[in-house]
Design a protein around this ligand. Structure first.
Ligand SMILES: [Zn+2]
Length: 278
């Protein structure tokens, strides 16, 4: 009995400490980035290149802090039918249901994680089929990849028109010179969504301490404006791998961000689409 009470006390203390560990010292955050104490700048979080195994860590953090986000997904990462075909080609002993093929099981897990993101109320958009620089590719290939991503992601899309973000911002940055890319997106009824603030979390030089948070809050506080922020939950050319420094730190960074930003849904910045009923 005594041991039970002792255990309960320690558990409560640990629970309290784990809660406290995510509490942010807002005075310190505001002072560090030069942000005013009495203003919160609107910000929407977006995550590209997933889904990855570690997207679950991001979803947990967003759920805990009640923060809405948008995920721009690489359709090839949830193309489990193709993965199963590759399993059969690589190993004739592959079971009909793919249960003995690791790549297929991982693909199914990524689909489940994406379902969870949708169920949690986040927006889902296409990051195209593969992570390519589409503006340099023939229009037929752009067309087929955009439409393949539409076919695979249709059950997950959350808006009408569906959202799209081009890899590398390519075709959006040079939208006058390479107009055919955005034209193709419009033809297939996609709305392209860019970003105003980059976390530069793909750059390995930033993947230490709070450098990624510094990039985001530094931009917000110096501009006195938020916008749509670009993070990465996945790694473009690694099917199952998360952008670990981002996925591991998001639960700690969200309360710190909240000292200077107000998290807003995507509709706050883009109003020309309807959210699809679930
Ligand atoms: Zn990307």
């Amino acid at each position: 009995m005594k041991a039970g009470i002792h255990y309960a006390l320690i558990s409560s203390l640990l629970l309290l400490l784990s809660g406290l560990s995510h509490a942010a010292d807002c005075h310190a955050v505001q002072a560090k980035y030069g942000c005013p104490a009495d203003t919160r700048f609107p910000l929407h979080l977006s995550f590209d290149d997933g889904p990855a195994l570690q997207t679950t860590d991001v979803l947990d953090a967003l759920r805990r802090e009640q923060v809405p986000a948008t995920f721009f997904v690489l359709a090839e990462k949830i193309d489990c039918g193709r993965t199963l075909q590759q399993c059969f080609q690589a190993n004739p002993d592959t079971a009909a249901d793919g249960s003995n093929c690791l790549a297929y099981r991982q693909c199914e897990l990524r689909r489940t994680i994406l379902h969870q993101a949708r169920q949690d109320g986040h927006m889902i958009g296409s990051h195209s089929y593969a992570h390519l620089r589409y503006s340099g590719l023939p229009v037929e290939l752009v067309r087929s990849h955009v439409s393949a991503s539409k076919r695979l992601l249709e059950p997950f899309f959350t808006t009408e028109p569906a959202l799209f973000r081009l890899p590398y911002g390519d075709g959006w940055f040079n939208r006058k010179e390479k107009a055919h890319v955005l034209q193709e997106l419009a033809r297939q009824n996609f709305l392209h969504v860019d970003w105003q603030i980059s976390a530069f979390d793909w750059d390995t030089r930033n993947q230490q301490d709070d450098k990624i948070l510094d990039k985001v809050l530094g931009q917000v506080c110096s501009r006195r404006y938020g916008g749509i922020a670009l993070f990465h939950d996945g790694v473009a050319h690694q099917p199952h791998q998360g952008r670990l420094h981002t996925t591991q730190n998001m639960s700690r960074w969200l309360p710190m961000m909240r000292c200077v930003v107000e998290f807003e849904p995507l509709e706050y910045f883009l109003q020309n689409f309807k959210v699809k009923p679930r």
